[in-house]
Design a protein around this ligand. Structure first.
Ligand code: SAM
Length: 264
């Protein structure tokens, strides 16, 4: 069973962030034309883009995530819905028989691919769906070591850390307390993260617990740039945040974002 069969119902509750939206809207202006949101999930970015007037194809492997997005689309005005096409498919094998100006793989979706050969398949597919001059944006989390000072070691030591309390999406009065426990293997460059969800009654007693385990596979910025270039991207920039700031300061940064913008 894929993790999104379970995670889909909590995804918008836990991961509804917006700090990357202005960055992606800016890139959409620089690369006008239809957009491919690959691994679009529940449409976190796709809906912003469609509301801004962009035509977007959303591709995702998970029928559960796409089902959530379809329900959200039903609440959008007709002119927004008409700009959106959804397709179920895998990053490594999809074929839409058309090309885009901009392709996105956001919020660490790319790190769910288990290793270099799967990344190569996906990068080849993404490149083949871009026009010459078109851009690919891949936003990944990255880690370099599990043994370093700062918040990276604090959250990657395998112990559960409180992420937040959220109202239950299905039942009034019930809260969901979320903990995350992450372990990072710096040799394999693999991070394993348990998302632990406790259902709390109004008097704080725990009714039941749901645990979802995600495994994320990292490439260093240097490796990833080579992988991206090897499928034909000629210009590759990597940024550390959604303000086009530099990737990282090797003297201090061990964890952060690794935002790749590659053009053909
Ligand atoms: C962390 S969510 C990110 C969703 C969305 N991009 C966002 O920014 O909120 C990861 C998504 O990637 C999808 N995914 C993971 N592996 C995939 C693959 N090989 N092909 C297509 N989708 C995949 C999952 O189904 C899930 O919806």
């Amino acid at each position: 069973m894929g993790i999104y069969e379970k995670l889909a119902r909590y995804y918008d509750l836990l991961y509804n962030r917006t700090e990357d939206v202005p960055f992606i809207i800016e890139l959409a202006k620089r690369h006008p034309g239809p957009i491919l949101d690959a691994a679009c999930g529940t449409g976190r970015m796709l809906l912003h883009l469609a509301r801004e007037g962009h035509h977007v194809v959303g591709l995702d492997a998970s029928s559960d995530m796409l089902a959530r997005l379809r329900v959200k689309l039903e609440h959008e005005p007709e002119h927004v819905r008409r700009r959106v096409t959804l397709v179920q498919g895998d990053l490594r094998t999809f074929d839409l028989s058309r090309k885009f100006q901009l392709a996105l793989v956001l919020y660490s979706a790319f790190t769910e691919l288990p290793g270099r050969s799967d990344r190569a398949l996906a990068l080849t597919k993404l490149a083949s769906h871009l026009e010459t001059g078109g851009a690919l944006v891949i936003d990944n989390f990255f880690e370099r070591s599990s043994m370093h000072p700062g918040w990276g070691s604090a959250v990657r030591d395998g112990r559960p850390h409180h992420r937040g309390d959220y109202p239950s999406p299905d039942e009034t009065g019930i809260r969901i307390r979320c903990y995350e426990a992450a372990r990072f293997d710096p040799v394999a460059a693999v991070s394993t993260k348990d998302v632990i969800l406790q259902y709390l009654e109004p008097d704080d007693t725990i009714r039941n617990v749901d645990t979802i385990t995600a495994t994320l596979y990292y490439a260093t910025p240097e490796e990833f740039e080579m992988e991206v270039r090897s499928v034909g991207f000629r210009h590759v920039d990597q940024y550390g945040w959604f303000d086009f700031s530099r990737l990282y300061d090797p003297a201090t940064a061990e964890v952060g974002r690794q935002i790749t913008v590659a053009t053909l």
